[in-house]
Write a protein that binds this ligand. Structure first.
Ligand code: FAD
Length: 306
């Protein structure tokens, strides 16, 4: 019986495990090895580790956990249930583990635009988050991908990082007159023709090729196509979700299920490594405090009133 099972060994899960390990809890972390930023070469915006390779960040995190005797297992968790104050999880090999508390730090995955060549550029010159990769794209010819009206907000936002921004609606033509006026007023160009493919070298975008064969010179592309949960465990356990598909949590990362906490991208709030790590730390402390309360011996009522 573990005090805590942590599912997900990204920044949220590892930081939670560190706080729990330091609190002398019996902790095990399960990880399927698919952190959301695995396509990226650099992890930006994390003070002291700005620009570090994301794989190196995870490796260092795991090394730091060794001194606290936290167990880490590289395997997917296939199912999880909760009954009468106990969590039971099954890994993909069929082994069963039990714990008093459970932390889901299973992250999200991004919906990708359906554009030929996308994967070769993703995380290198094609991005979804300007706060993670806008600086590296500054003053470049930036394309924003968004069908129908979905790219307007991001195209306007990208003017913060470059004067040269073009919104690509990929063969859709539903921008309203007021949208076009707004984009023109803010000097955002609009390209409505269908995209054939992305072209470039070594992950660096050079052209967006349109269906009629014309090539538009672009050095970076941003998109925002939404996300989904990386794992179905939140649903399996009966968690409440927001309309955006992330798990509803309270101030200390508690879910609606007693003893079940959720941290990082899978939970509500901003989706960045530093925030995920902070939420993991919050959850770690909150879980430990819950366990302290449950284990503390109390003076019986009668004696207290004597
Ligand atoms: C291309 C890209 C670039 C990014 N760049 C930056 C950046 O520069 N700076 C920044 O701050 N943020 C960046 N982000 C966002 C960042 O990746 C996330 O905010 C961060 O990874 C969230 O951490 P997490 O611990 O919640 O989830 P993740 O890092 O996604 O980790 C979740 C872990 O849980 C595991 N898991 C899921 N389900 C199971 C299961 N059933 N059993 C076992 N394990 C499971 C996964 O395999 C994964 O290892 C980027 C994202 C992308 C897509």
């Amino acid at each position: 019986m573990y005090d805590v099972i942590v599912i997900g060994g990204g920044p949220a899960g590892l930081n939670a495990a560190m706080l729990l390990g330091r609190s002398r809890r019996k902790v095990i972390v399960f990880d399927g090895g698919k952190p959301r930023n695995r396509w990226s070469r650099n992890m930006n915006g994390f003070l002291t580790s700005d620009g570090m390779n994301p794989r190196e960040f995870i490796k260092r995190g795991r090394d730091e956990l060794k001194k606290y005797s936290v167990e880490v297992k590289d395997i997917e968790i296939a199912s999880a249930t909760y009954s009468k104050g106990e969590f039971v999880v099954n890994d993909a090999a069929g082994t069963v583990y039990r714990s008093r508390k459970l932390l889901l730090a299973t992250g999200l995955k991004d919906n990708w635009p359906e554009v030929e060549g996308f994967e070769a550029f993703y995380g290198k010159s094609v991005h979804h988050c300007p706060y993670c990769d806008g600086w590296e794209s500054r003053e470049k010819a930036i394309a924003v991908y968004g069908k129908d009206r979905s790219g307007i907000g991001q195209a306007l936002a990208m003017k913060n990082w470059s004067d040269d921004v073009t919104l690509f609606t990929d063969g859709t033509d539903t921008l309203q007159r007021s949208d076009l006026e707004l984009l023109e007023l803010n000097e955002v160009k609009v390209e409505k023709r269908k995209i054939l493919r992305l072209e470039g070298e070594d992950g660096m975008l050079q052209h967006i090729v349109l269906q009629d064969g014309e090539k538009r010179a672009q050095q970076a592309m941003f998109f925002s196509e939404g996300t989904k949960q990386q794992s179905g465990l939140g649903e399996m356990l009966g968690c409440e979700f927001t309309s955006k598909g992330v798990i509803k949590t309270r101030r200390k990362q508690q879910s609606n299920i007693p003893g079940l906490y959720v941290a990082g991208d899978a939970a509500r709030d901003m989706q960045m490594v530093v925030v995920a790590a902070a939420e993991g730390a919050k959850a770690g402390v909150a879980i430990n405090m819950d366990l302290q309360q449950e284990d503390r011996k109390h003076v019986p009522e009668v004696e207290r009133h004597m």
